[in-house]
Design a protein around this ligand. Structure first.
Ligand SMILES: O=C(O)CCC(=O)C(=O)O
Length: 279
């Protein structure tokens, strides 16, 4: 990590690595995510990934992927998304932030098709009741993120805030789990416009949102979340205390929590130990 990146991390809670992934990598991810949607619709296996349909599907949708919002849990099995989670250049940056022993515990591909509405202001740590707190997320622009296709906005410096109360997103087309921070002044927010291949690295307390996709093409992104190895994951315990603590969660996750299972819905995968990548 450069001095400038470290400064931006400390002051703002994020930085951008421009041109991190090449066009072939981005195109390969989009093709693979589309293939997984088609397999899912055809009843074929897609490992343990979960497909989250878009609540406001594109009226011109033709293919299965045109109706999907996100595909979760790709980092620990998929032949395309798995290796990227362990990219050596990426792990060098993540290790600078989290130390020599790091796990990847969550990933999602986001299609953000035309007419998909944005995700309101939130902090990812709401969904991560872990100890220690403060995880590291990366958001790879798989397509360009332009002013009209639903780019992210961030509130610089908000990574120093505790996790705020999040209220349910009341919009009828809100996707699963969307919740919103309403007790913060977002006047200093900055829109993050990115070219395909640029990578945003951000603190899990950083407040961010995305806007609606008003364009006629998908605005795709691939997201991974990393934590220090040995992090204690209290997700199910938290859901047992308060079933809507993380917004509306899928029924099977709520059922697992209620059944008293100790495991969490996250898939913890070691990526570095003693500073060396795990193959
Ligand atoms: O890419 C988006 O539209 C929203 C992504 C986001 O906010 C998240 O993954 O936490």
């Amino acid at each position: 990590m450069t001095t400038e990146q470290r400064k931006s991390w400390d002051a703002n809670g994020y930085f951008i690595l421009e041109g991190f992934a090449d066009a072939a990598t981005c195109d390969g991810m989009l093709a693979r995510a589309s293939e997984l949607c088609r397999k899912d619709v055809a009843g074929e296996s897609i490992g343990h990934s979960l497909v989250d349909p878009e609540r406001n599907p594109w009226t011109d949708a033709v293919n299965p992927e045109d109706r999907v919002s996100k595909i979760f849990i790709l980092h620990d099995w998929d032949p395309i998304f798995g290796p990227f989670a362990r990219d050596k250049r990426l792990l060098d940056v993540i290790s600078d932030l989290l130390g020599p022993d790091v796990d990847c515990f969550l990933s999602q591909f986001i299609f953000k098709n035309p007419s998909a509405i944005g995700q309101p202001w939130h902090q990812d740590s709401l969904y991560f009741p872990f100890e220690p707190d403060h995880q590291v997320g990366i958001w790879l622009a798989v397509t360009d993120a332009t002013p009209v296709n639903g780019p992210l906005s961030v509130l610089p410096g908000s990574h120093r805030e505790p996790v705020h109360e999040h209220v349910a997103d009341q919009r009828p087309d809100a996707n699963l789990g969307y919740t919103e921070i309403v007790d913060m002044d977002f006047a200093d927010a900055q829109q993050v416009l990115m070219n395909a291949g640029d990578l945003l690295v951000f603190d899990s307390h950083l407040m961010h949102r995305s806007t609606d996709n008003l364009s006629d093409g998908a605005r795709a992104a691939m997201v991974y979340h990393y934590a220090i190895a040995g992090t204690v994951d209290r997700t199910y315990a938290r859901l047992r205390e308060q079933s809507d603590a993380m917004g509306a969660m899928p029924d099977d996750i709520k059922e697992s929590a209620a059944a008293g299972e100790q495991e969490s819905p996250y898939h913890w995968m070691p990526v570095t130990r003693a500073g060396s990548p795990i193959e």
